[in-house]
Design a protein around this ligand. Sequence first.
Ligand code: ATP
Ligand code: F6P
Length: 446
Amino acid sequence: MARRRSTNGRGVQVEDTKVCVVMVGLPARGKSFIAQKAQRYLQWLSIDAKTFNVGNYRRTDAPHPSAEFFDTSNAEGERRRRAAAEAAIKDMLGWFRQGGVIGILDATNSTKERREWVQQVCTKEGIEVLFVESKCDNEDLIMANIRDVKTTSPDYKGQDPEKAALDFRERIRMYEKVYKSVDEDGDEGHLTYLKIMDIGSQVVINRIRDYLQSRVVYYLMNLHIRPRSIWLSRHGESEYNLDGRIGGDAGLSPRGHAYAKKLPDLVTQSVGDGRPLTVWTSTLKRTIQTARHLPSNYNQLQWKALDELDAGTCDGMTYQEIKDTFPEDFIARDEDKYNYRYRGGESYRDVVVRLEPVIMELERSEDILIVTHQAILRCIYAYFMNKDQTRSPWMNVPLHCLIKLTPRAYGTDEERYYADIPAVSTWRGKGSTAKHEDPGPDAAVI
Ligand code: ATP
Ligand code: F6P
């Protein structure tokens, strides 16, 4: 069947297809982790994605079930679990009908019968199905996962964590009795699936068809859960920052050079154990100068994709000059800062599209220090911190501050290290043409 390819009006190429990503696997195999990562990635790219977690539906009816509830010979348990799955699918189909593009069904879907049922229901609605299975038999990792996230689950609220862990192990045994890995018997070869074994040490892909499916698959193949952090810094204060000018390729101001000298100390302080980092800068002078005193055993790489948002014909102007020269553009940008594209330049939305390979590479990597620019940092920060894309262009990201992000199972921890070297503010509030404006506390927490 010929498929129509179009942009989604926002610069991201999508097919006119809808995809249901159906998670598969025993409990504590990272299904919810994978689901929420996929959802974030897609939403960040402005692809409408939503997760439907069957456990949440089941909890409305059976909030604190013990392991026996999940025994397949427990008819009442079976009935209630089926009802929870039906309710989740019903809501998901309703969401697709409203225009949703990628729905993620987060449940164990651990039997062939369940998978066949989901496949049929979706196919009837013209929705493609991509099964994503996480398979892992490393008992130490599974116990670590249970202790890490399951003992604090609402299922065990108020219960002793050790007892909760034992009960959860027993719950897994209940599922093991009926679990069939996708196509284990060789009779599910018609399904579209990605099987991730032992956190990606082996992957199997089958019948992946179109652009959206392959984007999701490629992204999921790059995920890992090794401990790591990502450090983000803007360049030191530049000569253009002092003048209130945007864009350009100016060098650092004297205070900016002082920040560059201080950066190695800040990094050492925040890394802790002295392990070397890999440094990514943009191709612009100010980020390269900022990174130049970092230890010589840090590998450095310049990315064009990390260059500041291109202001086109406004490059090098102050906000006052922009307002005087292009008054309508000045207003339009304030009205929709995320989507506004500078004449001959870029919008924040364009920046996200060009940053996609950076995010992909970040997901594959371990410790990385990125020295970049205000708009770029806002976009990367929004991805990891799950921030609303349309508001993040208004976020204050101060100069001379190192941000350390540490991804965890369900979220990202953040620490900030300030160099204590004064710098101008380059933040600008709606409507303002001030060269240097005090952002106030609200702009930091967008
Ligand atoms: P349940 O069926 O109970 O909802 P689940 O499979 O959704 O369980 P998660 O809640 O996602 O499990 O488990 C999160 C834990 O799994 C985290 O500690 C995360 O580090 C780990 N994890 C993430 N990806 C994988 C993977 N591919 N294999 C095994 N563990 C993983
Ligand atoms: O056991 C883990 C769990 O996430 C439960 O919280 C939830 O009720 C169940 O999986 C959903 O999957 P299934 O469709 O197999 O019942």
